[in-house]
Design a binder for this molecule. Sequence first.
Ligand code: GSH
Length: 223
Amino acid sequence: MKLYYTPGASSLAPRIIAFEAGLEIEYDKVDLKTQTTALGRDYNRINPKGYVPALAVQSGEVLAEVPVILEYLADQAPSAQLLPTLGSWERYRVKEWLDFTSAELHKGFEPLWEAPTPPEARQLAVSRLQRRFAYLDQRLRGRPYLAGHQFTAADAYCFTILSWARFHRIDLSDYSRVLEFMQRVCSRQMVKRALEAEGLPVAAWSIGPESDTTLGSIGCPSL
Ligand SMILES: N[C@@H](CCC(=O)N[C@@H](CS)C(=O)NCC(=O)O)C(=O)O
C-alpha cells in the first residue's frame, strides 16, 4: 500500500492510523500546487480529484476520502481496535464521528484556507466552527476519546483537523476538554512518530493555540 500525503494535511490522520495499526506502508509526498509527487509521479493520474489523501492498495486500486481510507486501514489490523466490529452499534457511533469531522470540521475550515474569502465569510466560518467546538467539548465530558475509552480512527481524524485551529489563530481556550483531548492524542507514541515522520513540530500540536503561533508551515497547505 502507498499513502499519498502532504505534511500536516488531512492525510496525517491515515498515517496516524497506519502507525497505530502497525501497518508497513509506503508514503509519497504530494506537491498540491504542481500536482507532482516526490517520487516524480503525476498526482492527477493517481487521484483525479487532485487532493490528498489517496491510498493505493495492493490490487492497484486507489481509494480517496479520509473516512473511507481510515476505515480501510483500521480493518487491515482488527486487533489494534481502531474501529469497533463491523455491524456493531459502536461502529456506527464511530462512523458518526468520522462524518461529523469530515463534513462539519474538515470542510468547516475550508473557507479559511482560501485566500480570496472575504473577512465576513471568514468570521461566519469561524463562528460555525466555534459552535462545533462547543459541541465537541460537551461530548468529551468524562471521556478521554470521542467514542469513550478506546482511541479510534475518529480521534486521529478529529485531532488532525483541530490542529489547524492554531494555524488560523482560533482560540480554543474556552474548550478545555478539547484542549485536553488534543494533549491526550498528541501524547500517544504513534501520533508523535507520525508528526515527526511528516517533519511537523510535536510541541506545536501538544499545546494550545495561545502558544507560539509563528509556525506558519503547520496545518493544511493552501487549497
Ligand atoms: N473530501 C476529501 C477532502 C480532502 C482535502 O480537503 N484535502 C486537502 C488537504 S487537507 C487538499 O488536498 N486540498 C487541495 C485541493 O482541494 O485541491 C477527503 O475526505 O479526503
